[in-house]
Write a protein that binds this ligand. Structure first.
Ligand SMILES: *[C@@H]1O[C@H](CO)[C@@H](O)[C@H](O)[C@H]1NC(C)=O
Ligand SMILES: *[C@@H]1O[C@H](CO)[C@@H](O)[C@H](O)[C@H]1NC(C)=O
Ligand SMILES: *[C@@H]1O[C@H](CO)[C@@H](O)[C@H](O)[C@H]1NC(C)=O
Ligand SMILES: *[C@@H]1O[C@H](CO)[C@@H](O)[C@H](O)[C@H]1NC(C)=O
Ligand SMILES: *[C@@H]1O[C@H](CO)[C@@H](O)[C@H](O)[C@H]1NC(C)=O
Length: 392
C-alpha cells in the first residue's frame, strides 16, 4: 500500500471517530457578501513584489512582515514530519538534500527561495520543502462563469492541509490553521505597473491563484492520480528534471503570457512533474475552461459553451467526466448552487455565496478568492468553517 493511502485511511478513521460522517451539507447560501459572520475570519493584506529587483531581494517586504508566522508554520511541518519519522531523520534529510536542489530550479525560483531563507532565517532546505508542499496536499474548488452580458467571473476556495494532523480539541487541521496568517495578496509590478496579481502564502514563490488584469485569470487544483502523481516529484528529487513544477508554470504563465489563448496553450502543452487541473478565465465571452493535465499532455479541455447551455465550468479534484469520490463530493453541491443562482444572477457576490456553502466551504478552506478580469480585480478573504462542518 502506498504510504499516502495508509495516511488517508488513518485520517479517515480519526476523523470519523470525531463523528463527522455522514457528510455535512446545507442549503445554498445567500447574502453572504460582503463577507461577514463566523465563516469570515478576516481580510487579506496587500504587498507589492517588485520584479525589477534581483530575485533574491523581491520577497524582503513580505517575509519581513510575515516572518513569525512563517517560522511557526515551518515548525508545525517539522513537528508533523518528526511525528511520522521519529528521530528527526526526515528533517535532517530535508536540511541536507534539498538545498542541493535549489540551484537546479529554473530561474528566478531558486534565487527567490534563497532570498526568502536569508530574510526569514529558516534553513534553505526547509523553505524548499515549504515550496514543494503545496503540490501535494491541496484540494480545492474553482469556478469560471459568464453572466448574461458576457462578463466573466472566476472564484476559488483554496483547501489545504488534508491528512496533515487533525487537532481533536479544536476540530481543525493543524496545518490549515497555521496557513491562514500567511495568506497575502500580491501585486507583482514592473516599472511601478501591475503585471499580475495573486493570492498566495508568504514564503511560497509559485502561484495557485492569480489574475493578469484585463487578460486572464488562472487557478490550479490538484489532480490525484495513481499513475504519475508522486512519481514525477520523486524523479525530480532523484535527478531527472525534465518536467516543470506545476505552480512554477502558472507563475510564469501569469508573468509572460499576453493573451488567454497563449496562456491556454502553455498550460496545455508544457511537460509537468505531476498531473493537475488548470482553470482559466478570459476577458471575452466564451473564454473559460478547465484543462485536465497528465504529466505529458492535456487530456481534456472543457470550455464554456453557451450553445450547449454551459455558462460555467467548475472543477474540484476529480476528472469532470467521472463521478467524484463519494466521501468527497463538493462538485454536486457547488453545481447545485450555481444552477440555482442562474446565469442571469451570477456575480462576484453570488459566487461568494456558492463558495460559502458547506461542504464547498469546509475545515480545509483557508481562503476564498474572487476575480473579475474585465475590471482587473482580485479580492480574497480568510475563511473559517465553524461546526458542524465537513473536515474536507
Ligand atoms: C486550539 O485551541 C486552543 C484553545 O482554544 C488555542 O489556544 C489554540 O491556538 C488553537 N489551535 C489552533 C491551531 O487553532
Ligand atoms: C516607483 O514609485 C516609487 C514611489 O512610489 C518611486 O520612488 C520610484 O522612482 C518609481 N519608479 C519608477 C521606475 O517609476
Ligand atoms: C446543473 O445544470 C447542468 C446543466 O443543465 C446539469 O447538467 C447538471 O446536472 C446540474 N447539476 C446539478 C447538481 O443540479
Ligand atoms: C437574483 O438574486 C436576487 C437576490 O440575491 C433575487 O431577489 C432574485 O430573485 C434573483 N434572480 C433570479 C433570476 O434568480
Ligand atoms: C475587457 O473587457 C472589457 C469589458 O468587456 C472591455 O472594456 C475591455 O476593453 C477588455 N479589455 C481587453 C484588454 O480586451
Amino acid at each position: 500500500m502506498a504510504p499516502w493511502v495508509s495516511l488517508a485511511v488513518a485520517a479517515l478513521l480519526s476523523v470519523s471517530a470525531a463523528q463527522f460522517i455522514p457528510p455535512y451539507t446545507e442549503d445554498c447560501r445567500t447574502d453572504m457578501y460582503p463577507p461577514n459572520g463566523p465563516t469570515f475570519r478576516g481580510a487579506v493584506s496587500w504587498y507589492t513584489v517588485d520584479l525589477d529587483l534581483p530575485p533574491s531581494k523581491r520577497w524582503t517586504a513580505v517575509i519581513t512582515a510575515k516572518k513569525t508566522d512563517l517560522v511557526n508554520m515551518i515548525q508545525a511541518i517539522k513537528d508533523l514530519a518528526n511525528a511520522f519519522v521519529p528521530s528527526g531523520k526526515l528533517i535532517e534529510l530535508v536540511d541536507i538534500t534539498l538545498p542541493l536542489m535549489v540551484d537546479t530550479l529554473p530561474s528566478p525560483f531558486g534565487e527567490e527561495i534563497k532570498g526568502i531563507a536569508t530574510v526569514s532565517g529558516v534553513p534553505l532546505g526547509e523553505v524548499v520543502l515549504f515550496n514543494i508542499f503545496y503540490e501535494v496536499f491541496t484540494v480545492c474548488t474553482s469556478i469560471v462563469a459568464q453572466d448574461s452580458k458576457g462578463t466573466l467571473y472566476h472564484g476559488r476556495n483554496l483547501d489545504f492541509g488534508l491528512f496533515l494532523g487533525w487537532d481533536v480539541k479544536n476540530k481543525s487541521w493543524i496545518i490549515a490553521e497555521k496557513l491562514k496568517p500567511l495568506v497575502v495578496n500580491l501585486d507583482f509590478q514592473r516599472k511601478n505597473q501591475t503585471v499580475f496579481k495573486s493570492t498566495n502564502f508568504a514564503g511560497y514563490v509559485g502561484m495557485l491563484t492569480g489574475i493578469k488584469p484585463h487578460t486572464f485569470s488562472l487557478t490550479m487544483n490538484e489532480r490525484f492520480s495513481l499513475n504519475g502523481g508522486y512519481i514525477g516529484i520523486l524523479e525530480w528529487i532523484l535527478g531527472q528534471r525534465d518536467g516543470m513544477w506545476m505552480s512554477f508554470l502558472t507563475r510564469s504563465v501569469l508573468e509572460k503570457a499576453s493573451s488567454y489563448e497563449e496562456a491556454k496553450k502553455l498550460l496545455a502543452q508544457t511537460k509537468l512533474l505531476a498531473p493537475a487541473y488548470f482553470i482559466l478565465g478570459g476577458n471575452h465571452s466564451g473564454q473559460g475552461c478547465v484543462i485536465t493535465r497528465s504529466r505529458e499532455l492535456s487530456i481534456n479541455i472543457l470550455e464554456i459553451d453557451l450553445k450547449q447551455g454551459r455558462w460555467y465550468v467548475l472543477e474540484t479534484n476529480y476528472d469532470h467526466w467521472k463521478e467524484p469520490f463519494f466521501l468527497d463530493d463538493r462538485r454536486t453541491p457547488a453545481m447545485k448552487c450555481m444552477n440555482q443562482t442562474t446565469q442571469a444572477n451570477i456575480s462576484v457576490k453570488t459566487m461568494y455565496d456558492v463558495l460559502s456553502t458547506k461542504p464547498v466551504l469546509n475545515k480545509l478552506t483557508t481562503y476564498t478568492t474572487l476575480m473579475q478580469v474585465s475590471e482587473g480585480k482580485l479580492e480574497s478573504f480568510i475563511r473559517d468553517c465553524p461546526d458542524p462542518c465537513m473536515p474536507w
